[in-house]
Design a protein around this ligand. Structure first.
Ligand SMILES: NC(=O)c1ccc[n+]([C@@H]2O[C@H](COP(=O)([O-])OP(=O)(O)OC[C@H]3O[C@@H](n4cnc5c(N)ncnc54)[C@H](O)[C@@H]3O)[C@@H](O)[C@H]2O)c1
Length: 316
């Protein structure tokens, strides 16, 4: 199962996480087919790979079937931030559900191993803390976040039914908040928001009172977890949490960013959006035991690289 022997399909490969995954796969010697409809992804994210002989880009929407020959599929296609997934909620559910059906169908036809980029959002606003994989979640089925949360939950169901019914080799990864270079600058995610506001010298917007906590995983750690999961023995399907258990309040995060960026931004407080979870933190014991994985990049270091990326991006 070494990536260097493989033809690998990455859906959503021009996005934030997908582009870093393509980098690592090409580096490891895989033949990479990156599929994206460029809804939130960009050619800029994969520009540096375009001339590479083992990298190919295809514009395609995963809600339509795809016929290619591959050995492994990483299914990442889906807008990931509320601003984007709420723009066309019906399309978001279609991307998760029809996208999963199409990619699972492809995996079945060509006998490929397939990994689903699921999310901590499947836990909704959780009653237990930190969340373990056997927790079923507390999700509002009819709210404004439901197109994403329920779409991802249904995709997990499909993965497990293809596994039970068709013996497919599946891997389900529940990704917690991840940050790093190539995040979208205007997608409302907290790390990019704070950094962009700080770099522009604008006030930093905190929703609620700023005491709600989040955990932040640096993208390099996340991609390492993804590769390890794909390479894990066939009987390990997940779902498995991949994220950083270190917890920070929104105020702490803002202060860390301000310390690195400098400038004179102040903090301003706005009402909390609907269904915003108060606290989310992964329990990563399963990933530690089964994949020998744990995050290694401290928040300060990851922020340093991310701030450097946004500085370049925002340069006039
Ligand atoms: N970044 C995180 O913190 C995080 C957390 C949990 C889960 N995830 C999951 O990881 C995956 C990647 O997230 P990301 O942060 O890189 O987001 P992103 O928006 O940068 O990447 C998603 C990519 O999918 C593409 N896409 C969207 N709809 C498509 C469609 N119908 N057909 C083909 N391509 C399509 C987009 O153009 C984009 O390139 C998503 O599935 C997301 O749900 C991410």
């Amino acid at each position: 199962m070494h990536p260097e022997e493989k033809k690998v399909l990455v859906t959503g490969g021009a996005g934030f996480l997908g582009s870093h995954l393509c980098d690592r796969l090409v580096e490891a010697g895989a033949d990479v087919l990156c599929v994206d409809n460029f809804f939130t992804g960009s050619k800029g994210n994969i520009e540096h790979l375009l001339g590479h002989k083992r990298f190919e880009l295809m514009r395609h929407d995963v809600t339509f079937p795809l016929y290619v020959e591959v050995d492994q599929i990483y299914n990442l296609a889906c807008p990931a931030s509320p601003v984007h997934y709420q723009f066309d909620p019906v399309q978001t559910t279609k991307t998760s559900v029809h996208g999963a059906i199409n990619m699972l169908g492809l995996a079945k036809r060509v006998k490929a191993r397939i990994l689903q980029a699921s999310t901590s959002e499947v836990y909704g606003d959780p009653e237990i803390h930190p969340q373990t994989e056997d927790y079923w979640g507390r999700v509002n089925p009819v709210g404004i976040r439901s197109c994403y949360d329920e779409g991802k939950r249904c995709a997990e169901t499909l993965f497990f039914d293809y596994w039970r019914q068709h013996n497919l080799e599946i891997k389900v990864m529940r990704i917690f908040n991840t940050y790093g270079p190539r995040m979208h600058p205007n997608d409302g995610r907290v790390v990019s928001n704070f950094i962009v506001q700080a770099l522009k010298g604008e006030p930093i917007t905190i929703y609620g009172d700023g005491t709600q906590t989040r955990s932040f995983c640096y993208v390099d750690d996340l991609v390492e977890g993804m590769l390890r999961l794909m390479a894990s023995p066939p009987d390990f399907t997940g779902p498995v949490n991949i994220g950083n258990p270190g917890e920070f309040t929104m105020i702490e995060l803002a202060e860390k960013i301000l310390k690195q960026v400098g400038g004179r931004s102040t903090l301003i407080f706005r009402p909390l959006p609907a269904d915003d979870p108060r606290q989310r933190q992964p329990n990563i014991d399963l990933a530690r035991n089964k994949l020998g994985w744990q995050p290694t990049v401290p928040l300060e270091d990851g922020l340093k690289n991310t701030i450097a990326y946004f500085r370049r991006l925002l340069k006039p």
